[in-house]
Design a protein around this ligand. Structure first.
Ligand code: FPP
Length: 236
């Protein structure tokens, strides 16, 4: 639990603007992603310091497969490097790593790295870092609906027994509290198929800066903004 009043328990981030950050500097897009990976490290550490319990990062969407092969390769290589370098540190910092998304679409090397680190950090309690990889909110919802339909068709689940809680238990985020705060960088005001079910009541903070420029103080500022808002959950 956090020592700070009203710290969001779960922060979810749409890390946007790596490409534009690179373009502004006349650099290839992969350099923007590389700088973005530095922000990932700093924001993870900041969340630990603030006492945030869950941090979910939108690292690769199901639509990102449509990018040029060279960019997809560069992103996977960056992810592999991040995982390989961070494995020991995650263990030392007592961070549990989870991944959500269509993980079977990832290269075998990346999947193996993820599996190894997830197994090694499974019991850690300081914070949970959730990487959304090859992730799409609609796909996740369709898959949950299918699993309920299979049980209903088999007669082991009555349609009347399907509640919001039962539905949520079939999502990949089962057991993870919904995000309290959703941050998106680069000024875009879209949710882009990210955690569609889970962000129903999240406070949304849009930050103008591109992701590679989003660092410790920017996250603290976003949390301050969250704390200033009166959270009503639809009630008066
Ligand atoms: C959006 O920028 C960002 C991504 C598609 C990928 C996010 C990846 C990282 C931050 C680096 C690697 C991740 C980890 C977990 C180490 P964009 O390319 O859409 O930017 P643009 O909208 O300016 O083109």
């Amino acid at each position: 639990m956090s020592d700070f009043p009203d710290t969001p328990r779960h922060i979810a981030v749409i890390m946007d603007g790596n490409g534009r950050w690179a373009k502004e500097r006349g650099l290839p897009r992969r350099e923007g992603h590389r700088a973005g990976a530095e922000s990932v490290r700093e924001i993870t550490d900041t969340c630990i310091d603030l006492g945030v319990e869950y941090l979910t990062l939108y690292a690769f969407s199901s639509e990102n497969w449509n990018r040029p092969e060279s960019e997809v390769k560069a992103l996977m290589a960056l992810l592999d490097r991040f995982l390989a370098e961070k494995a020991k540190e995650l263990d030392r910092q007592k961070i549990r790593l989870l991944a959500i998304g269509q993980l079977d679409r990832l290269p075998a090397k990346t999947r193996n790295l993820l599996d190894r680190i997830m197994a090694r950090t499974a019991d850690h309690k300081t914070m949970t870092l959730v990487l959304a990889l090859s992730y799409g909110g609609r796909e996740e919802i369709v898959s949950a609906a299918k699993s309920l339909a299979v049980d209903a068709a088999a007669g082991v689940l009555s349609p009347d027994a399907i509640t919001a809680e039962v539905f949520a238990s079939r999502l990949q985020t089962a057991g993870i509290p919904d995000p309290d705060l959703l941050v998106r960088t680069s000024g875009e005001m879209r949710v882009s198929n990210f955690l569609l079910w889970q962000i129903s009541y999240a406070e949304i903070v849009i930050v103008k800066k591109f992701w590679p420029d989003f660092r410790r103080n920017d996250l603290v500022e976003a949390v301050n903004e969250y704390q200033r808002r009166h959270r009503r959950f639809g009630a008066l």
